[in-house]
Structures are given as structure tokens and as C-alpha cells.
Design a protein around this ligand. Structure first.
Ligand code: HEM
Length: 221
């Protein structure tokens, strides 16, 4: 195990211990927020409560923070894109869908086939695990015309699989869409002259495992 993995496990355990203390407090002093409600329902074990909290916090915080940084990078990289955001506020829904299609902060998910399945001429055997690339699906030329081009007016942009598909597709996707639409619109209103503060090649990227997003995005206005 390398130092990074050790660090990840330690931090993970620290975070879980913190969440256990939060739930213990919620038991003693009931509250009406989502964690308070989960405790009150009495339907989840302690382990399930912590797992739910970790999923919600990681999904809600990390995925949005990375997607926002990636979206702002994509928009500032080509000035006309930023200008579309600035001058066509009514198109924010389509703009966000196209950004979600084209540049994805979390690239992969996994599924396990419960029985043999034939898909696109290949057989996936029962209990084999399959890694799914959302980026590949989002650049499928059978679904998206000129898939490698960013088109902020693309009509079919919303057919992307960035929030996955099936019963485990992203539970927070409507909230995520709204957050991105509000954050990007407000940013363009508040800082119309926003630009990257460093050349694109100097932006530090997070690219390990399935994550693809700027680590930091220096901007100026
Ligand atoms: C741009 C932001 C986001 C992206 C790209 C994203 C993407 C995803 C993806 C790809 C999955 C995995 C689905 C699978 O394996 O099939 C997922 C699961 C999930 N997401 Fe999101 N997500 C985002 C924001 C959020 C937010 C804001 C919340 C909560 C408020 C959230 C809650 C969840 C939950 C609870 C799951 C697990 C669903 C399940 O396993 O049944 N996500 N998300």
C-alpha cells in the first residue's frame, strides 16, 4: 500500500467517526434536517446511516465542486463560449447539458452482470464486472452529431449518460442541474469579464482514478 492509499483510508475512517458522532448527537437532540430525519425514521442501522451520509456528502459536494470547476474551465477556454453564457441566459439549461455531456468529472461506473448477456456483439458472462465509460457513451456518434465538438445549442445534449442510467442513476441529478445552472448564470452576471489567470497548460489537473477536473482554477476579472 502506498502512502496515498494509507492516507485515504485514514481520512475515510476519521470522516466516518465524525459522522457517527453527528448521528449520536442527532439521537440526543432531534433536528428536522435530512440527517435528523434519517435517524428519527429508525429504519437504518448505524452502518447504513454513515454509508448514506458519506454517499450524500461525497456526491453532493465533490461531484458538484469538480463539475463546476470543469465547466468554468470549458467556458473560459474559448471566449465565444463564455459570451454565449453571458448573452443568452435563457439557454442555460442547454448549456449545462452540453457541458455535462462533453466534459465529465467522474468518468467511470461499474456494473455486474447477474447472468450471461449479449451486448453489441460481445458476451458478458454472469457475475463478470463491467467498467462503464460515460465519456465514451457521451461521444457516441450514433446519438450525437459531431460528438467531439462543443455545441452550446445542441438539441440532443440532454441524452448524455453523465448521471448514469437504471435504478442506481444519480439520485441528486435534478438538484445538481439546478445548482450548476444557478452557479454558472450568477457567475457570468457577477463577473462578466472573468478569465483564466494562467495559460491552460499551467492549470493543475486531477486525473488519478476516474476523476478528471482542474485541481485549482486560477481566474481573474
Ligand atoms: C454534477 C454533479 C453530479 C454528477 C456528475 C453525479 C453523477 C453520479 C453518478 C455517475 C452516479 C453513479 C450512478 C451509477 O453507478 O450508476 C451517481 C450516484 C449518486 N448520486 Fe450523483 N452526481 C452529481 C451530483 C449529485 C448530488 C448533488 C447528489 C445529492 C444531493 C447526488 C447523489 C447521488 C446518490 C445518492 C447516488 C447513488 C445512487 C444509487 O446508488 O442508487 N449526486 N451520481
Amino acid at each position: 500500500m502506498d502512502a496515498d492509499s494509507e492516507n485515504i483510508l485514514e481520512t475515510n475512517e476519521e470522516f466516518r467517526a465524525f459522522m457517527r458522532s453527528v448521528f449520536a448527537r442527532k439521537r440526543a437532540e432531534p433536528s428536522d434536517n435530512i440527517f435528523g430525519e434519517l435517524v428519527r425514521s429508525g429504519r437504518l442501522t448505524d452502518q447504513e446511516l454513515v454509508a448514506t451520509a458519506v454517499t450524500l456528502l461525497q456526491a453532493a459536494h465533490a461531484a458538484i465542486a469538480r463539475t463546476l470547476a470543469l465547466s468554468v474551465y470549458m467556458l473560459l477556454k474559448e471566449r465565444e463560449r463564455w459570451n454565449v453564457l453571458r448573452t443568452e441566459p435563457g439557454s442555460i439549461g442547454t448549456i449545462v447539458e452540453e457541458l455535462l455531456r462533453y466534459a465529465i468529472a467522474g468518468q467511470l461506473s461499474v456494473r455486474m452482470a447477474l447472468e450471461d448477456v449479449e451486448l453489441g456483439g460481445a458476451v458478458i458472462k454472469g457475475v463478470e464486472t463491467v467498467a462503464i465509460s460515460f465519456s465514451a457513451a457521451n461521444r457516441d456518434p450514433a446519438v450525437f452529431a459531431e460528438p467531439d465538438r462543443v455545441d452550446l445549442a445542441r438539441e440532443e445534449a440532454g441524452r448524455h449518460l453523465t448521471f448514469s442510467f437504471g435504478i442506481h442513476q444519480c439520485l441528486g441529478q435534478h438538484f445538481a442541474r439546478l445548482e450548476l445552472q444557478i452557479a454558472l448564470s450568477r457567475l457570468a452576471q457577477r463577473f462578466p469579464n472573468l478569465e483564466l489567470a494562467v495559460p491552460t497548460e499551467d492549470i493543475p489537473w486531477h486525473t488519478d482514478r476516474d476523476i478528471y477536473a482542474p485541481d485549482r482554477l486560477p481566474v481573474t476579472w
